[in-house]
Design a protein around this ligand. Structure first.
Ligand code: UFG
Length: 332
C-alpha cells in the first residue's frame, strides 16, 4: 500500500515508517522537521511541510493519493501545552482538520490517528478501558480528544473512516538501531534515566515517593514503540473493511512503578542508577494502566516486547547516541 505518514521523522512515526518499509509498503513522509530528524529516514521520500499550510497539504495529498494516512505530526509536551495552549489547539486540531479536509477532497478514506492516554486525565478505573470517561487535565490531552471527536463526526458523515490509537507510555527503540528516542527537551523517564547512565551529565530526579502505590512511586504502562508501530499497520489493514471511528488503547495491561523501572534499567546498564528523590511533578496521576482487550479483539494485537526489552533496545540507542541522532548516524 501507499502510506502517507505525517510526523514520520519523529519518535513513534519513524518507528512506524521502518516497520511499514519492512512490511513492503511504499511510504511517503510529511514532516515540518520542527522536532523530527530527517537523518533517520535515508532513502525515504520526505515532503517538508507544515499542516497549517492548507494549500500545500491539499496539493500534496491530491498528488500522492495514498491508500491511507497515518497522522503522527503534533505537539506533544504536556507542560508546554499548559503554558501555550494556543500552539496545541492550532497545530493539533486545526492541523488535523486541514489534513482530513485534504483527504476528503482527494477521496482518501482511511486514517490512523496518534492519540494518547492523556485523553482520560485522572482515570476513575484501573485498568482503563476505552469506555472510561474522557476528562483530560491539560490542553495536550484536550486537543487529542477534540480530534477524536472530529473523527467521529467525519465518519458519521461518510467522509473518512479512522482508528485513533491511544498510547500509554511509549518507550524503547528500533531493534536494528535505525531510529530511537530523541526529544529536545527530553521529559520522559526512560530516556532521561539512560542518558544519565550514558554520561549526559544530567542527574535523574525521581518525582514523588508518597503516591498510594506499592512502593510510593507512580505506576505506568510502558509499551515498546515497535509494538505501537505494529498496531498502526494492523489498523490500516482493519480499515480495508472496517468503517466508523474506532478508539483503541495501546498498552500492555501491566504497570510498573518508577522504582521498578529504574531497578530493571540498572540491571540492563550493568550498574545501579543514581537518582535524587524529589517532590511530585505537577499533573502526574498515581496510576495509568491500559486494558488492551479491545486492541486484541479488533486488531489481534498484544505487545510482544516486555519492559526489559524496552530498556535493552533503548540502552543500545542511548549508549551509542548519547548526544542524539547526529551521533548515531555517524556510527551507522
Ligand atoms: N519521572 C521521574 N523523573 C523524570 C521523568 C519522569 O520520576 O525525570 C516519572 C514521572 O513522574 C512519572 C513516570 O516517571 O511518574 C513516567 O513519566 P514520563 O514523563 O516518562 O511519562 P508520563 O507518564 O508523564 O507521560 C505519558 C505520555 C504522555 C501522556 C501522559 C498522560 O508519555 O504523552 O502519559 O499522563 F500525555
Amino acid at each position: 500500500m501507499r502510506l502517507l505518514v505525517t510526523g514520520g521523522a519523529g519518535y513513534v512515526g519513524s518507528h512506524l515508517v521502518w516497520e511499514a518499509v519492512d512490511a513492503g509498503h511504499d511510504v511517503v513522509v510529511l514532516d515540518d522537521l520542527s522536532t523530527g530528524h530527517a537523518e533517520v529516514l535515508p532513502d525515504i521520500e520526505l515532503v517538508v511541510a507544515n499542516l497549517l499550510d492548507r494549500d500545500r497539504i491539499h496539493a500534496g495529498v491530491k498528488r500522492l493519493k495514498p491508500d491511507a494516512v497515518l497522522h503522527f505530526a503534533a505537539k506533544s509536551l504536556v507542560g508546554e501545552s499548559m503554558r501555550r495552549p494556543d500552539l496545541y489547539f492550532r497545530n493539533n486540531v486545526v492541523g488535523s482538520m486541514n489534513l482530513l479536509d485534504a483527504m476528503r477532497e482527494a477521496d482518501v478514506g482511511r486514517f490512523v490517528f496518534s492519540s494518547t492516554a492523556a485523553v482520560y486525565g485522572e482515570a476513575e478505573t484501573c485498568p482503563i478501558e476505552e469506555t472510561s470517561t474522557l476528562a483530560p487535565i491539560n490542553p495536550y490531552g484536550t486537543s487529542k480528544k477534540m480530534v477524536e471527536e472530529l473523527l467521529a463526526a467525519y465518519a458519521d458523515a461518510g467522509w473518512v473512516n479512522s482508528v485513533a490509537l491511544r498510547y500509554f507510555n511509549a518507550a524503547g527503540a528500533d531493534a536494528k538501531g535505525r531510529t530511537g528516542e530523541d526529544h529536545d527537551p527530553e521529559t520522559h523517564l526512560i530516556p532521561i534515566a539512560l542518558m544519565a547512565a550514558a554520561g549526559s551529565g544530567r542527574r535523574l530526579k525521581l518525582f514523588g515517593t508518597d503516591y498510594p502505590t506499592r512502593d510510593g512511586t507512580c505506576v505506568r504502562d510502558y509499551v515498546h514503540v515497535s509494538d505501537l508501530a505494529d498496531a498502526h499497520l494492523r489498523a490500516v489493514n482493519w480499515l480495508e473493511d472496517g468503517a466508523g471511528a474506532q478508539r483503541i488503547n495501546l498498552g500492555s495491561s501491566e504497570g510498573y512503578t518508577v522504582r521498578e523501572v529504574l531497578t530493571t534499567a540498572g540491571d540492563v546498564v550493568g550498574t545501579p542508577l543514581q537518582f535524587d528523590e524529589v517532590e511530585r511533578r505537577a499533573g502526574d496521576p498515581a496510576v495509568l494502566v491500559a486494558s488492551h482487550a479491545r486492541a486484541k479483539a479488533v486488531l489481534g494485537w498484544s505487545p510482544e516486547r516486555d519492559l526489559r526489552t524496552i530498556l535493552e533496545t533503548a540502552w543500545r540507542w542511548h549508549s551509542r547516541a548519547s548526544s542524539g541522532h547526529a551521533a548515531s548516524t555517524t556510527t551507522t
